[in-house]
Design a protein around this ligand. Structure first.
Ligand code: FAD
Ligand code: SF4
Length: 464
C-alpha cells in the first residue's frame, strides 16, 4: 500500500484561462495527468467505514477504486468503477460531488475532501483513451424491453438490460440521443463527443436507438407491448419550462433556458455555419440561480453578451454548484442578488428593451427551509437588456395518456413510481429519473435506471 499523502488541499486541476474560455465552447476543466491523479488518490485515508460511499447514489466502492489509482493500477480502478457506474466519464464531470461523496469525505472535516470526482474523471478518460470497455453483454436471454427517453436514466437502464442479455430499444423524441446530456449541458462542461461515445458503446452491446420517435404520439405504450416488448421504462425527463407569468414574456428576445440551450447545444447555433438562429444579445439577463441558469449565462457570455444573473434570494441560497458559480464569476458574469423581475419591456418592434426589477430582502424561512424573499416597498429599477433567458425550473415532460389513461401521476405531474423498483400503476411499465422525481441530477437518474433494470429483468423472468 502506497504511503498516504497528507497534503491538506486538493491537487489542483488545470483549466482554460477565464479570458480565453469565455470566448470559446471548448471544455473548461482539462483533467488530471496520471501523476496528479495518483497524488490525489493517495490523500484517501482508506477508512474502514467510508462515509463517502454513503453519499454516492450508485454506491461506487470509492476507497477500493482510489486504492487502485494510488497503486497506479488504472485498469484495476476502471474495473471497479465501471461495475458500479455506467457513465463515469459523464458523472466525473457533472456530478455535484460537493454535496454527495466529497461532502461526506472524512478529510473534509478539517481540510479539503479528497477530489473523488476529479480522480473518477481521470480513470474514465484514461480507460477510453486506452480502449478499455465495461463488462460485455451476456448471450441473448430472449427478452425484449423498450425504453422511452435516452437521457442518463434511459441510457443506464439500456446498458444494464443489454448486459443481462435482453434485446433493448431506446425510443427518443429528438434526432440525437443523450437527453439533457446532449441538449442541455453545454459543450464546455460536457463535450458531446463523450455522450456520442457512450451511445456508440451501448450500440456495440446491441442496444437499438430509434430517434425522432415520440412515444404517446407516434406509437403508444400498448402498441409497444403489441410489438413484443415485455416491459417498458419511462425515462422521459423533465424538460417542460416554467415561466414567471409576468408581462412581456412573449416579446422577441425572451427564451426559456431549455429552448436557448437546445438551440446552442443540440442545434449548434453557436457555430456560424449552423442553420439554427439564436439571438446573441449585447446585454442579457438570466433569471434564476440553479445550474441551468449558470449554463445559459455562460453560453450568452460566450456569444458576446454582458450577462447579469438575476436571482431573488441571496448568494448563500444559490442552488447551483459552487464550481459553476465560481467559473461564471471568473468569466465576468455579474450577479444581481435579492432582485425579482416584475415585467419585461419592449421597443416599438416588439423586441426586449429592459427588465423591470423589484429589490427584495430575506424574511422568514418557507416550507423548503430557505428564507423567503420579500419585496422592499418602492424599490424598483429598470435594467436595460436585449435578451432575457428564464431559468426558474422545469416540470416533467407530459407523456400523452393515449392508450394509458390508467398511468398514475403525482400532483406535480410526475409519473407515480416506486422509488426502489420504478414500478408504476401499470404492470410491466416502470419509470425513473426526472420523469418520476421532477428535475434532479444525472447520478440520481442513473441510479433509478439501474434499479429499474433489475426490477424489469425480474418482471420478465417471472413471465407475468
Ligand atoms: P433527460 O436527461 O431529460 O432525458 C429525457 C429524454 O426523454 C429526452 O431526451 C427527451 O427528448 C426524451 N423524451 C421526452 N418525452 C419523450 C417521448 N414522449 N418519447 C420519446 N422520448 C421522449 N445534473 C447534474 O447532476 N449535474 C449538472 O451539472 C447538471 N446540469 C444541468 C444543466 C442543465 C441545463 C439541465 C437542463 C439539467 C442539468 N442537470 C444536471 C440535471 C440532469 O441533467 C437531469 O437531472 C438528468 O438529465 C435527468 O435524466 P433523465 O434521463 O431522467 O431525463
Ligand atoms: Fe477516502 Fe474520504 Fe472515502 Fe475516507 S471518506 S475512504 S478518506 S474518500
Amino acid at each position: 500500500m502506497a504511503k498516504p499523502n497528507l497534503q491538506p488541499t486538493r491537487t489542483p486541476m488545470a483549466e482554460q484561462a477565464p479570458e480565453l474560455r469565455s470566448q470559446n465552447f471548448q471544455e473548461v476543466a482539462l483533467g488530471y495527468i496520471p501523476e496528479e491523479a495518483v497524488q490525489e488518490a493517495r490523500r484517501c485515508l482508506q477508512c474502514k467505514k467510508p462515509a463517502c460511499v454513503t453519499g454516492c447514489p450508485v454506491g461506487i466502492p470509492i476507497p477500493q477504486f482510489l486504492a487502485k489509482v494510488a497503486e497506479e493500477d488504472f485498469a484495476g480502478a476502471f474495473a471497479i468503477l465501471s461495475a458500479a457506474n455506467a457513465l463515469p466519464r459523464i458523472s466525473g464531470r457533472v456530478c455535484p460531488q460537493e454535496t454527495q461523496c466529497e461532502g461526506k469525505c472524512i478529510r473534509g472535516l478539517k481540510q479539503e475532501p479528497v477530489a473523488i470526482g476529479r480522480v473518477e474523471r481521470f480513470v474514465a478518460d484514461w480507460a477510453a483513451k486506452n480502449h478499455l470497455e465495461g463488462a460485455p453483454a451476456q448471450p441473448g436471454n430472449g427478452h425484449k424491453a423498450a425504453i422511452i427517453g435516452s437521457g442518463p436514466a434511459g441510457l443506464t437502464c439500456a446498458g444494464e438490460l443489454a448486459r443481462k442479455g435482453c434485446a433493448v430499444t431506446v425510443f427518443e423524441a429528438f434526432h440525437l440521443p443523450g437527453g439533457v446530456l446532449s441538449y442541455g449541458i453545454p459543450e464546455f462542461r460536457l463535450p458531446k463527443a463523450i455522450v456520442r461515445q457512450e451511445v456508440e458503446d451501448l450500440k456495440k452491446l446491441g442496444v437499438d436507438f430509434e430517434t425522432d420517435m415520440v412515444i404517446g404520439k407516434v406509437l403508444t405504450i400498448p402498441e409497444l407491448f403489441q410489438r413484443g416488448y415485455e416491459t417498458v421504462f419511462i425515462a422521459s425527463g423533465a424538460g417542460l419550462p416554467q415561466f414567471m407569468k409576468i408581462p412581456g414574456e412573449g416579446l422577441v428576445g425572451v427564451y426559456s433556458a431549455n429552448e436557448y440551450l437546445t438551440r446552442i447545444n443540440l442545434m449548434k447555433a453557436w457555430d456560424p455555419h449552423s442553420s439554427t438562429p439564436v439571438l446573441h444579445g449585447q446585454k442579457a439577463a438570466v433569471i434564476g440561480g440553479g445550474n441551468v441558469a449558470m449554463d445559459a449565462a455562460r453560453c450568452a457570455r460566450r456569444l458576446g453578451a454582458e450577462v447579469h444573473i438575476v436571482y431573488r434570494r441571496g448568494e448563500a441560497e444559490l442552488p447551483a454548484r459552487k464550481e459553476e458559480i465560481h467559473h461564471a464569476r471568473e468569466e465576468g458574469i455579474q450577479f444581481d442578488f435579492l432582485t425579482a423581475p416584475i415585467s419585461i419591456q419592449g421597443d416599438e418592434k416588439g423586441q426586449v428593451s429592459a427588465l423591470v426589477c423589484q429589490k427584495m430582502e430575506l424574511g422568514e424561512p418557507d416550507a423548503s427551509g430557505r428564507r423567503q424573499p420579500v419585496p422592499i416597498p418602492g424599490n424598483t429599477y429598470s435594467l436595460p437588456v436585449d435578451l432575457v433567458i428564464i431559468a426558474i425550473g422545469t416540470s416533467p415532460n407530459p407523456l400523452s395518456s393515449e392508450g394509458t389513461p390508467e398511468l398514475a401521476h403525482t400532483k406535480k405531474g410526475c409519473v407515480a413510481a416506486d422509488p426502489e423498483t420504478g414500478a408504476t400503476s401499470i404492470p410491466g411499465v416502470f419509470a425513473g429519473g426526472d420523469a418520476a422525481t421532477g428535475a434532479a441530477t444525472v447520478i440520481l437518474a442513473m441510479g433509478a435506471g439501474k434499479r429499474a433494470a433489475q426490477a424489469m429483468e425480474e418482471y420478465m423472468e417471472k413471465g407475468e
